[in-house]
Structure formats: C-alpha cells, structure tokens
Design a protein around this ligand. Sequence first.
Ligand code: MSP
Length: 507
Amino acid sequence: MASPFYVTTPLYYPNAAPHIGSTYTTVCADTFMRYHRAAGEETLFLTGTDEYGEKMVESAAAEGLEPKQFVDRMAARFQEIWGEIGIQYDRFIRTTDADHDRAVQHLWQTIYDRGEVEFRDYTGHYCVGCERYLIERELEQGKCPQHQTEPEIRSESNYFFRMSAHFEWLISQLENNPQLITPDRYRNEVLSLLRSGALDDLCISRPRDRLAWGIPIPWDESYVTYVWTDALVNYLTGAGYPDEPAWEERWSGVHHLIGKDILKAHAIFWPTMLHAAGIPLYQALHVHGYWNMDNVKISKSLGNLVDPLIMKEKYGFEAFRYYLLREMSFGLDTDFAEAGLVQRVNADLANDLGNLLNRSVSMLGRYFDGVVPAHEGESPLREVAERVTGDVDRHMRAFRTQRALAALWELVGAANKYIDSEAPWQLAKDPDQRERLATVMAEVLECVRVIAVLLESFLPHASARIIESLGDTPNAGSLAERLRWGELAAGTQTRKIEVLFPRIEVT
Ligand code: MSP
C-alpha cells in the first residue's frame, strides 16, 4: 500500500496571533494536502502550537497570566483564525497535549537507553529569543544576529545528546538523497554547516528549578526538556507514535514545511534525533524564504505584521491566498506589498480568470440558453489542458505552488486567446456557422471546467462556485476522472454567478 501523504507545518509560538509567515506555511500545507486528497491519496495534515519554554513564560507573565492560561487562550485564537480562513487540518496539536508528553518522554528514554545522552557542565551564550545557546561564531558584534540582543552568559549542568556522532551519517544521507531538503540551496547550506566543524553536541535539558514549564526528562525529574527537543517530536506524536500501530506507516509519508530560520533544528537536530532513536528519516524537508517588507523580515519582534484577517476583510481571503501561493517562489525571499497584491489579483483573478468565466457563461446564455450544446468538432484547448494538467501535477508533487499556478494560467490564457481568435460573436451572426459556434462554446466551457477542477486545491471556494455554475457538483469523483477532457455533457444547464473576484479599485 502507498504511504499516506502526511504534511506538517512548524508548531507556531503562540505569543502572537498568526501573521503572514505562519499563514503562508499553513496555506501551502493546506493546498498540498487538498491536492493529494483530491488525487485519491490518504492524507494527514498537522499544525499546532509550540507552548513550552522561557519565551511563553515571559509572554504570559507580561500579561499577568500563568503560562497554561496564556497558551490556552492563544491556541484557541490560532484555531479560530485557521477556521475563519478555511484551513482543513486533521489535527491541531499542542505541545501541552497529554499524548505529546508521552511521545517526548518515550523518544528521549529510547535515545538515552541507547547510550546517546551524557551529563555535562556547560557555560555559554544563551539567547532567550532563539531559546538556545549560540556558539561564539554565530554572534555578530556580540549579539544574536536574529534578535539583535546580547545573549546572557549561563552556566549549567545539563544533559547533552551526542549529536555530533551522527554527522557523518547525516552527510551521507544528504549526499545520497538530493530530494531530502528542497530547494537544493538549503541542502547545500546544511552540508557546508556540517562540514565546517562548527557544530557540537546538543544540550537537551533545563534545570527544573529554573524553568518548570516543560516536559520532565523521564530519567531525571529535576530537569525538563529543552523546548526544541520537545517541539520537534510533535511530528511523531501526530502520526500516533509510540502507541498507535499505524504510526510507522503514516510516518513513512511525512513531508515537513518550514521557514529558513528554523532550518538547523529541522535539518540537523531532528534527523540525528530520529537516527539515534532508530526511526527512519522524514521523506523531505521543504524550506521557504521570508516575506519581507521593504527588504526587512516581517516579524513579531519588529512589529510590521500582516494580519490574515485584515487581508480577508479588505480583499477576501482567497484573493490573499492566491497572492501568497502565486507570488512567492518557494525558497526565496519575497517582498510583500499591497500594491503588488492588488495588481496580481486584478490581473490574474479579476481580468484573466474573471473575464474568461464571465464571458463564456454569458455567451452560452445568449447563444444556447445556457445549455451546453452537442458538438462534433475539436479545439486546440484539449492539448493545452492535458499538458497543463501534467505540469500542475509535477509542480505540486515538487511542492511548488508558484509554478503550478503559472502553468494553470497558461491554460486560462489559452482559453481567452481561443475566444478572441474564434470570435463567437461573429459566428453567431451567421446561421451557417451554428455548428462551429457550438464547438467553440462547448470547448471553451469544457476548458473552464478543467481550470476550475485544477484550481480546487488553491482556491477551494472559487473553484466550487465555478463548478456549480457549470451545473456540476464540486469534489465529485476522482481527480483523474474529473480532469478527463469531455466530461461536461451536452445538455448541461449552466447559470451565471456573481463576479468572483471584483476588480480592486485603489483609492
Ligand atoms: N516554534 C518554532 C517552530 C517549532 S517546529 C517544531 C518557531 N515558531 S515561530 O512561530 O517563531 O515561527 C514559525 C514559522 O513561521 C517558521 O517557519 C518561520 O520561518 C515562519 N515565519 C515567521 N516569520 C516569517 C516571515 N516573515 N516570512 C515567512 N515565514 C516566516 O520557530
């Protein structure tokens, strides 16, 4: 049996509500899940919140709350917002969930029992923002390059995972499997980091008397797990590790989506932890870049956040969703600008797609009372549709929404061009051209249908509305069947719908 398609987002720190960064990854995961689900595969989509660690304790204290009260409130907020923008996750996991506690303890006990953990003294530069010790070489003028703050010098006795013992193995995995980390630039980055000799073992504990807000280390309750060594395990918890018999099968199909700032934890800590526990590696890690504003990363600490609910209110969520999926080339940084969003939405959705839909259904109404005519002839659209269907599939399986949408818009463009060159309004004037007119209109409508089916995982709402206007039922049948050219039967009654994406007027 084929592995299920299991896709994960990072677990977000719930010390601020979702913004463009977390929304982007979550929307991508939702889109990939929907695509694989439509293709008839079993899917599992996991997202959630990362609730332990000093950062949450500090944020809770700032609001006069206990950590648990604080994270309860924020986790509910995340779920509410994902619900409002139509994210269909299977599970919203919280690192404070009881089964996660069990998974973390089981995994670390296994690693410990295999002789991979040591107790040591350590003094180092600790950045609370990163929730980790930074090594000398990472500092820029004595500061954490990400948070622009000076780390604290801390001394502690702690448990260390012998991570460096797995580096040779990890290097060979990365060399032998070019698909393990995508895009390739991040695989190369990890390889050079591993080869540089700058990495050491990993401190996995925090003394409980200093930080009680964490999962106890199972063999020594005077310590809790360091937040990253707990949070990463969520991907296993979500698969049902260690108690559900199906966990291994689910795990065998896992793809992680992350932003580039958490590459090291996912590309080095996580695979070595898995290897030390005797668990197979993930299928792949897909790494995206930053959404910037005026070339600066959009972030909680800088306060230049883009709120998905405000975007929804201003433009409609699917317009924003389209912009996210179409604009960012996966792996590269992208500048967010509302002017760019407006331009993109107006050009692609209001003009190209909107006009195609509007004029094809209107003309069918005018010339054939809205009923799809029987026809004999063919159009060049079928060939384009079949090629684009293949291209979309290839790009989606390579986790590239931008390319998939660019391919899909080639089909939108081809359909518009076909209408322009065939000029049905001219054919309609000549009774001898009735058959030709029937062919042109039926082929155009068929093409609109295929476009709507392909659009489903990207813009589920708009796609369903288009399919309904074509007298069909959304999501009915397998993707392969629905993408077959010629499924729109003669005699189907279509109906006009309201404009899906009104032109955004800039005031
Ligand atoms: N809690 C950790 C992840 C643990 S996963 C086991 C964490 N959380 S976070 O809330 O700070 O960030 C979560 C994700 O949001 C990261 O993938 C990060 O890259 C992404 N983004 C935050 N700001 C971003 C942008 N401006 N642009 C794109 N994504 C960015 O790290």
